[in-house]
Design a protein around this ligand. Structure first.
Ligand SMILES: [Zn+2]
Length: 324
């Protein structure tokens, strides 16, 4: 993976490659912006380019240094991510220990911290000292989709590299180029801020299954029968789909929005594009206000789920409200 192979994020690429060309790489960066917009891939590519012996401002992908990064066993690269809900002080201490030794080459060592805003206060304070006085030449890359939650003192000691959500059309284009069926691609793009996030969703074998289930439930809930509720719960939780209820509610949200897109003649925005026939008949069975209310039910269910409400109950309440 070289910078050229990363889709979009031209500003970030330019800033990082300029620093490499001018031998002006900072000792610490903060990659901000929505999760899934390619920060991790960019960080790994940047690390590779710092180590690369064949190219000054990119990663050749061929040299020993590049290949070690690709195989995940470069001795001068450390990757930290939250253990459970937070990044703990022990992880930062271990980083400090590893970085007390100089690198094996002439390049600085590199560390990448994913979910940097999830550091505990102690971990953050410990990292702060490390940022001020790294024991050996080091480049740190902090990644956060909620950078305002970081200590201001950490923010001010890092160079900010902003990432922006990719335009959906560019992601759709890229995904269909990779052979992803259009209906699935549209769904993934609507649920993720970046192409990596999309690919991650599409790689889950439950993703297509979930989409089918949402369609089935959405169609049943328009009919008179209330069997949907009874069967849905057991089916979901038997198949393991129940672990991804947040996605289910997000998909329902998209489905109801599609009805509005149809009513407002914005067909090009419809996500469940393979269901256009059904949507054209269903959209007028409820009022605009009702579709908007349904969208709100879906959003509300997602919030409840996030605050640890009982998942099965969340789903049942949601489906009952659709029938009412
Ligand atoms: Zn190389």
């Amino acid at each position: 993976m070289s910078f050229d192979e990363i889709l979009g994020q031209e500003d970030a690429k330019r800033l990082l490659q300029n620093a490499l060309r001018k031998d002006a790489v900072s000792h610490a960066y903060l990659f901000t912006g929505p999760a899934g917009s390619g920060q991790v891939k960019m960080a790994l590519t940047f690390a590779k380019a710092i180590f690369c012996t064949a190219s000054k401002d990119d990663a050749c992908g061929e040299c020993l240094e590049c290949r070690k990064v690709e195989h995940g066993n470069h001795p001068d690269l450390t990757l930290l991510r939250p253990e459970g809900a937070s990044l703990k002080i022990d992880q930062i201490r271990e980083l400090q220990r590893v970085f007390s030794y100089r690198s094996e080459g002439i390049h600085p060592k590199v560390y990448i911290i994913e979910g940097a805003d999830l550091m505990t206060v102690q971990a953050a304070n410990s990292l702060l000292k490390f940022l001020e006085e790294p024991p050996a030449p080091a480049v740190g890359i902090l990644i956060s989709d909620n950078s305002s939650a970081l200590l201001p003192t950490i923010q001010s000691r890092t160079q900010r590299i902003p990432f922006s959500p990719l335009h959906p059309d560019r992601m759709l284009q890229a995904l269909s180029g990779e052979g992803v069926p259009v209906p699935l691609a549209r769904c993934a793009v609507s649920l993720s801020a970046g192409i990596d996030g999309c690919r991650e969703l599409l790689a889950q074998n439950w993703f297509a299954e979930m989409r089918n289930l949402v369609l089935q439930l959405a169609k049943e809930s328009l009919g008179k029968s209330s069997s949907a509720v009874a069967t849905a719960g057991s089916k979901l939780f038997k198949t393991g789909l129940g672990e991804h209820l947040d996605i289910l509610f997000s998909m329902f949200h998209l489905w109801f929005k599609d009805m509005l897109y149809f009513l407002y003649r914005k067909h090009e925005s419809i996500v469940f594009i393979d269901q256009l026939d059904f949507i054209s008949k269903a959209a007028r069975q409820r009022s605009t206000e009702q579709w908007v209310a349904y969208m709100e039910y879906a959003a509300e269910s997602k919030r409840k789920l996030r605050s640890n409400a009982n998942a099965q109950l969340c789903l049942e309440q949601f489906l009952i409200r659709l029938e009412g």
